[in-house]
Design a protein around this ligand. Structure first.
Ligand code: WQD
Length: 343
């Protein structure tokens, strides 16, 4: 199959492009490199021994999309492109609504003009909001996401539901990711945040490698076993495989299909730090400050729907996630732009 991957040069996109190539698909990436680096795609080509088609452009650029679908036969679209920083979305909500919402609207319109109706969308567990019993099930009503980022994901879910209700040709997967971490075990591709990392594991990695002095732990007074926040961390390689399974499942599943992609296991901030210390053999200094606004004490997935319907299950545990993150970080201490210590 020939798959269009928007945001294919980004963190989750690049790992999924590799998985697609390795299972024999042809891949065309659409990326504007606003938060990614073309080096990731070179490394994906190196790892797979295959080439990746590339269109540099924006999902909100209608002319670019119409041209792309006119020139290239596409069977299925995996839509990763979007902004993903919670804090940034509060400072600049318009950028998030334009990029994440308007970008998806333009993409869907171009797809329907071209007669392409198969779409896998990167949604987020953040759409559940607060107040549900754990673990989170797909059948729970969407809550009130705490940020414009989260609301943009929920809005897109609503749009895609409406679209599928209006035209039975659409086959759509809404994949609700929990907390993706880790990297390809080679250490050649991984998460390369620009500026100060806001997510836990990229920050811990930069402390481990000596780029930052210490981590701030946001709160140790949550009602959890050690007082720190609990999340369902999942390996980006498992997440990539989940996309392949979802795409394959859409062959026989018209309409909208929602799947949680998580491990079903929660880990606290202190557990993540301890696991990272063991994997890296480095001490991670940290200090505790007050809670981060908008954070929830604990949430994790019920992944049983994906297991039953996709035959997908996260296979890699926390130790492997942080070991692979460390492999990436120590090989590329300054990310893609700093070059690699690989050779
Ligand atoms: C994890 C835990 C923090 C940083 C967000 C989005 C979600 C998804 C992933 C993505 C929490 C604590 C963090 C730090 C800390 N979006 N923490 N010190 O908040 O669960 O999810 O990112 O693209 O939609 O909401 O992930 O990694 O930021 O935090 O103590 O420097 O680590 O309080 O308990 P989160 P996170």
């Amino acid at each position: 199959m020939r798959i269009l991957v928007t945001g294919g040069a980004g963190y989750i996109g690049s790992h999924t492009v590799l998985a697609l190539l390795e299972s024999g698909h042809e891949v065309l990436v659409l990326d504007n490199f606003s938060n990614s680096n073309r080096e990731s795609l070179k490394r994906v080509e190196e790892l797979s021994g295959k080439t990746v088609g590339l269109v540099e452009g924006d999902t909100a650029d209608t002319a670019c999309l119409e041209h792309l679908f006119r020139e290239q036969p596409i069977d299925s679209v995996l839509h990763f492109a979007g902004f993903k920083s919670v804090g940034e979305s509060m400072a600049d909500p318009l950028a998030y609504y334009i990029n994440n919402l308007a970008g998806t609207l333009a993409l869907c319109r171009a797809m329907s003009h071209a007669g392409v109706y198969e779409l896998v969308f990167s949604s987020s567990a953040t759409i559940y909001g607060d107040g549900h019993p754990m673990p989170l099930q797909e059948s729970y009503p969407a809550g009130q996401p705490a940020s414009p980022y989260g609301r943009s994901k929920l809005m897109v879910e609503h749009v895609l539901q409406d679209l599928a209700a209006s035209d039975g040709r659409w086959r759509i997967a809404l994949l609700r990711y929990f907390n993706p971490i880790g990297a390809h075990p080679s250490g050649m591709i991984g998460d390369d945040p620009r500026g100060l990392p806001t997510n836990l594991v990229p920050f811990v990695s930069q402390v481990a490698v000596g780029r930052r002095d210490e981590l701030v732990v946001y709160g140790n007074d949550y009602p959890t076993h050690d007082g720190t926040g609990v999340r369902d961390y999942l390996h980006v390689m498992d997440l990539a495989e989940g996309h392949l399974r979802a795409m394959e499942a859409l062959r026989t599943r018209p309409g909208v299909n929602i799947w949680n992609l998580g491990t079903g296991q929660g880990h606290s901030v202190l557990e993540v730090i301890a696991a990272y210390e063991r994997a890296s053999n480095r001490h991670i200094p940290y200090r505790v400050e007050s809670r981060r606004p908008g954070d929830i004490a604990a949430y994790w997935a019920d992944p049983s729907k994906a297991r039953a319907e996709l035959d997908w299950q996260a296979r890699r545990g926390l130790e492997e996630m942080v070991a692979d993150t460390w492999q990436w970080q120590k090989t590329n201490p300054h990310g893609y732009q700093g070059g690699s210590n690989h050779e």
